[in-house]
Ligand binder design. Structure first.
Ligand SMILES: O=C(O)C[C@H](O)C(=O)O
Ligand code: SF4
Length: 512
């Protein structure tokens, strides 16, 4: 098994940087359906561009490289202890090389191990089988979409859909609801794995395992095939669209698995994966440890520009573009309206969970008056001279900062926050009172945004670790959409409301 370490290193790097072909095909199809000139079409174009940039740069598709989870099937006699050591070494090296973000954080102290190793990370699950080769698969599922996983205990009452009973139709309602509740926050359009039955633990495990199925496979169980097809057809009628901007495609894949349950329990567990659906697999020779075959990568290369329809002048004229440069005045912010596209030049400061908590209790290390906060935890690499370079830097889910955001904006005079997925009523109110704006960047487009960052001018609060520190970034042409303005408008609230109404269309029984 002398080559096993190298094979695992390749598996990690490829999974982080090279989106599987079955996933690319699904995204390319979605792109064809979106009308030119809409914000969803614009986002999908950025996503396609980002996928290509990750290929070219061999850099992470999304900065959140998730909790590396390996599922490995081995012939009897394979040395799992040695394999585990090699996998950990590969993870450590890939982190050093900027292919993975240091993502393993002590849950009590908050300290980042820096190498992606720690109690419970990575996850490695072995299973023995009769075959004479090793099947090793890896999924890098980020935190934003993981937070949108949901588990239902039947029977239950679902908003928009009413009663969900202990039958196939109740399961159908849970799945439809799971897509609705994710909105754009898990970087839609997404893929869902559904697990029916089991207990709370094995149900979620089954749901996550469905994400190892191919996007284009067909369920062997007739009733589950019908259920998958139903969800694929109708979830897109919810109109949540890419990033929750509204649009034709909300869901790119649905896979349902079933296991037995015990009489008192009936769980439907849903694992939601963002469009940056990074999972690959390899078949390995158990003597040499070399890769014999890659999984999910068959078929032609996908050309995202195929069939692309350029927006007409009239369609482009519909979208107002505004250039922003900090420090920004209140007057300028109040001119912005939901739907405007902004291009940002100049400085912005990253701040996510640790920084928001910190700023709620302490002074800011920099003057934030008129400035822009970017909800982002980048992948950074330090060169020999001690200078940092941005390797991946897309937005993180903003709603986690809802308890702090409004107060912090007012206290420090911050005029704009950039993130994804939108924020709630407390922030909306603060934007109105103070004169602030919320800008939605394209989630997962970490290469695209890294390219907009021209230099790292400084960093504060490094004690929180690389993803959580406050990075001072100089950007050029950084594009985002105004989705919450200072006049009480929120595209997120509107899409939530309209999709909830549409969810109500699926109330009547379908599977009797
Ligand atoms: O942690 C991140 O950088 C992003 C996260 O995956 C998210 O979707 O919020
Ligand atoms: S930022 Fe979006 S694309 Fe990246 S891991 Fe989180 S949910 Fe996925």
């Amino acid at each position: 098994m002398e080559n096993f370490y190298e094979s695992m290193y390749q598996l990690v790097v490829e999974t982080s940087t090279n989106l599987p072909k079955d996933v690319r095909r699904a995204i390319a199809q979605a792109k064809l359906k979106e009308s030119a000139g809409t914000r969803s079409a614009m986002s999908l174009a950025t996503i396609a561009n980002n996928i290509k940039m990750a290929d070219d740069n061999i850099s992470p598709i999304c900065q959140d490289t998730g909790l590396p989870t390996f599922k490995i099937k081995v012939p009897v006699g394979a040395n799992q202890l040695e394999m585990t050591k090699d996998i950990k070494r590969a993870i450590e090296q890939a982190t050093k090389d900027g292919k993975l973000r240091p993502n393993s954080v002590d849950s009590i102290t908050g300290s980042n191990s820096g190498d992606n190793l720690g109690e419970g990370t990575p996850v490695i699950k072995f299973e023995q089988w009769e075959n004479d080769y090793i099947d090793a698969r890896l999924i890098l599922k980020g935190g934003g979409c993981e937070n949108k996983n949901i588990q239902y205990s039947l029977p239950c009452e679902l908003e928009g859909l009413g009663k969900a009973g202990r039958d196939l139709d109740g399961i159908r309602k849970c799945i439809m609801h799971s897509v609705y509740q994710a909105q754009g926050q898990g970087c839609s359009a997404g893929f869902i794995g559904v697990g029916i039955g089991g207990d709370r633990t094995s149900g979620y495990e089954l749901a996550k395992n469905q994400l190892f199925r191919r996007v284009d496979d067909i369920n062997e169980r007739e009733e589950l095939r019908k259920l998958e097809e139903y969800v694929m057809e109708h979830a897109n009628e919810l109109g949540i669209g890419t990033m929750g901007f509204g649009g034709e495609t909300t869901l790119l894949g649905c896979k349902v698995g079933v296991i037995n349950r015990i009489p008192a329990s009936f769980f439907v567990s849903v694992a939601y994966n963002c469009w940056a659906y990074r999972r690959l697999g390899v078949l390995i020779n158990p003597e040499s440890g070399s890769i014999n075959e890659w999984l999910y990568q068959d078929g032609e290369d996908i050309d995202f520009s195929q069939g692309e329809v350029a927006a007409t002048e009239e369609q482009s004229a519909d979208i107002r573009e505004v250039v922003l440069e900090a420090p920004i005045t209140e007057e300028k912010i109040r001119e912005l309206k939901v739907g405007d596209v902004v291009r940002i030049n100049g400085m912005m400061y990253t701040g996510r969970d640790a920084i928001h908590k910190y700023l709620s209790e302490n002074d800011s290390p920099v003057d934030l008056n008129g400035q822009i906060i970017y909800h982002c935890g980048p992948v950074m690499l330090k060169d020999e001279d001690g200078n940092y370079h941005v390797k991946a830097a897309g937005p993180t889910t903003s709603i986690r900062e809802e308890p702090y955001q409004g107060d912090i904006m007012k206290r420090f005079g911050i005029r704009a926050v950039i993130g994804k997925g939108g924020m709630g009523p407390k922030t909306l109110k603060a934007l109105e009172e103070h004169g602030g704006v919320y800008l939605n960047a394209i989630g997962g487009a970490a290469q695209y945004y890294a390219d907009c960052i021209k230099s790292v001018e400084g960093v504060d609060l490094m004690q929180f670790g690389i993803p959580e520190a406050m990075w001072h970034l100089k950007v050029e042409g950084f594009t985002a959409v105004v989705t919450m303005d200072s006049h009480g408008n929120s595209l997120h609230a509107d899409v939530d409301k309209s999709s909830l109404e549409k969810l109500g269309n699926f109330k009547e029984p379908v599977f009797k």
